[in-house]
Ligand binder design. Structure first.
Ligand SMILES: [Zn+2]
Length: 160
């Protein structure tokens, strides 16, 4: 997967749902990778927020990063707000696209392409929308349909 795709998936997931999905399985590899990718494309403010988050989680006595975040929601939320602001300001995806040849990958244009872009659902992680029995897509606690509605802020007409 090229860096623009990695950044796009992670950035959309972070901005929509916060940090929880990234640390759900107890390791920080995805956050570290995202921080490294942000540095590579020059999204310095975004990567600084990631580094603050990583420093916090690395130094916490509790080795379960999800616990650490849940134990201090105000701090987690403040970092997430900072990340969102940095992401709006720097637009890491645009920076990444400039670093990768434009023909390598077409970015989603239609709603359907956007929907497909969210990828496969993982049935071992049920969608958190009440009454929904589907799995979740990567970097989200929601199935493709509910993730679409959250990210795009409008109803989704597909449920395949
Ligand atoms: Zn769902």
């Amino acid at each position: 997967m090229d860096i623009a795709t990695q950044i796009e998936e992670a950035d959309i997931g972070l901005c929509a749902d916060g940090f929880d999905n990234f640390v759900m399985y107890g390791d920080l590899d995805e956050l570290r990778q995202h921080s490294a990718n942000l540095k590579t494309v020059g999204a310095i403010k975004c990567s600084q927020v990631m580094d603050q988050l990583l420093a916090w989680l690395d130094s916490a006595q509790d080795r379960d990063p999800l616990h650490v975040l849940k134990a201090d929601p105000a701090r987690a939320n403040a970092l997430w707000t900072q990340y969102n602001e940095a992401s709006c300001e720097e637009s890491p995806l645009d920076l990444a696209k400039r670093k990768t040849p434009p023909k390598k990958r077409q970015l989603p244009i239609t709603d359907r392409e956007h929907y497909d872009f969210f990828g496969e659902e993982d049935s071992s992680r049920p969608c958190q929308s009440s009454g929904c029995e589907r799995g979740s897509v990567k970097f989200s606690v929601h199935c493709r349909t509910h993730h679409f509605e959250k990210v795009m802020r409008k109803p989704c007409q597909w449920n395949d």
